[in-house]
Every structure is written in structure tokens, then in C-alpha cells.
Design a protein around this ligand. Sequence first.
Ligand code: PHE
Length: 341
Amino acid sequence: MQIPQDLIETATLKLKSVQSEAEFFQLRSQYLGKKSFIISAFSKLRDLDPQSKASAAKELNILKSKLTKLFEDSLASIESIGEHDQLDVTLPADPYLIGSEHPITKISQKVIDYFIPLNYQIFSGNEIETDFYNFEALNFPENHPARQMHDTFYLNSNSNSNSNSNSNSNSNSKSEYLLRTHTSNTQINSMLKEDMPLYMLSPGRVYRCDSDTTHLPMFTQIEGLVVDEDVTFGDLKGIIIDFLENFFNEKMEVRFRPSYFPFTEPSAEVDIKFGNQGWLEILGCGMVHPNVLKGCNVDTKKYRGFAFGMGIERLAMLYYGVSDIRDFYSSNLDFLNQFPS
Ligand code: PHE
């Protein structure tokens, strides 16, 4: 009987290229199944004479057990190929990239998080506003520079037929609608709508004709307004200093510099010492002007108020160490990816 000597070698080689369990079992039946050389050789043993029968049987048995062991050993690694195809539901899911919060949103939220526990309610205001809410009710005089076309974006209004004639010298010829220049319009909106006492905070976008490395035509402010009995400038100072120290998480040098806003009296601008940059202006504030309270039907014998307004981009530039305000709105992923959620 001719017994091929390379049976183990060829089986080993073929096993190496097996890719699936199905291929493995097909190969095994080729070498060890009913029609395989080994099994049919056993049935042919009876045709041999006793002596060659004994030696052939011995040889065949050794070959069969070697082949069986070879297939047994490789079954384990074949099964692990199969496992790769299976779904392991215990594995953590692949992260689904949907971007992250914008740094300005993050800083706004950080400010809001400070005031919420103090019972300030969030008030959303209008970005398109009338002169009344943005200027008049806030005690701006008729000819205040902020009301000029070069500082404020006025919207084209069809209802105003001669809106373009003589527009710089006569405020009545401007459109009725404008893009609010500050969030202080929400002082009027909220006082006319809500009952006193009032604790409100209003984040949102504001617009001015301005553009350089520290100014944008669109930016973000957060307005705060408190109207209650016995409210003092001391309360205002206390809350602003505590807020700033909380925000920057360190003891701060804070300066209240006398200033002027038509809607507050007295008014102040708040500066902080930050790093080695000297004094930096961070917000405007003051006691709500009685004209403003009266215009909103607030009883000035009973109530007084303070208000403040801060620029979020400025806070974010200091907080994150950003030197060009335009980076926030350039949609540059290399920049934005530095602020993961
Ligand atoms: N609205 C002012 C500004 O944009 C800031 C301010 C808000 C000042 C509230 C006083 C009170 O500069």
C-alpha cells in the first residue's frame, strides 16, 4: 500500500489559509472524513497479507492520530476567527462625534450657573428691537451718540417711506426697528412683564457697527437686573466681586470706576487686575435710574434696583487666554477642538 508521506505537510499548509469555520470543517472532512485517503485506506487493509497489513495499519494509525491532533489544535484558533465576526454587546459603543459646546456657550453657562442658585430667573430678550426698548425707555437722550447710524444697525423698514433721507441728523427718519446694541433692553421687557421684586439674568447676542481684534459687529452679553426693597450699591458691589472671584476661582483685585450710562445712576465700570495685563474693563453696572423704574410703572418709593451687563467674549478671552476675539467665530476646528465638552 502506498501511503503519501506529505499528508501532514499539505494539511498544515492548507490550514494556514483557512478563513472561516466552514472552510475548516470542509478541510477536515477532506483529510479525516469517510471519503478521505486515511479512512478509505483502513478499509483496504483487509486485502493485504498479514505482515504488510500489520505495518501498514501501524503507519496509518500514527498518521491518523497526527492528523487528528493537527486539526484539533487549529480548531481553537479558527474559532477565534469566528469570534471577530460576532457582535460583542458588552463592548463600549464607538464614540459618535457630534462636536462640542462652543466656548462662548460654555462661558455663558458658567455665568448662569453662578446666578441660578441666587434665584435669578433667566429672561430671553429680542435681538430685533424697537428704539423704545433699546434707547428711549432706558433714558437715552434724543441725540445720544449710540443712537447714530454709525453705531447702531437699523433695519430697513417698508413702513417708513423716506427712511434714507437725512438719516444721520434726524432720528425720526430712521427705521423703527434696530438690532439691539446691548442686552439692557431686557431690563425694560422684564420690568413691564413681571411683578416686583425681580431677579433676572438675560444672556444673548448684541450688535454694533464695530470690528477689530477686540470688537465684533456681533457679540454676546449677559444682563443682570435686581429690583427689590432696600437694594443698595453695596449689594451690587458684593455680588459682582463674589461673582468674579467665583468665576476665576481666585481672589481678585476689583475696581469700580465711576462712569456714565443713561439708565443707571450712579454708574460704574468694573475693572479687574488679570495676570500682568494691568486693569481690564470687564462690565458696566449701576443703580437703576428712577426715570427707568418710573417708565416701567415700578413704585420708586418702595423699590430700587441695580443692573449690570458684561461681555461674554471678553470674559472668555481672559478665561481661556485667547488674544483675537475673531477666533471664536472663524469656525476653525483646530481652535474649537481645544474646548472639548
Ligand atoms: N448696557 C451697557 C453696555 O452695553 C452695560 C450696562 C448694563 C451698564 C447694565 C449698566 C447697567 O455697555
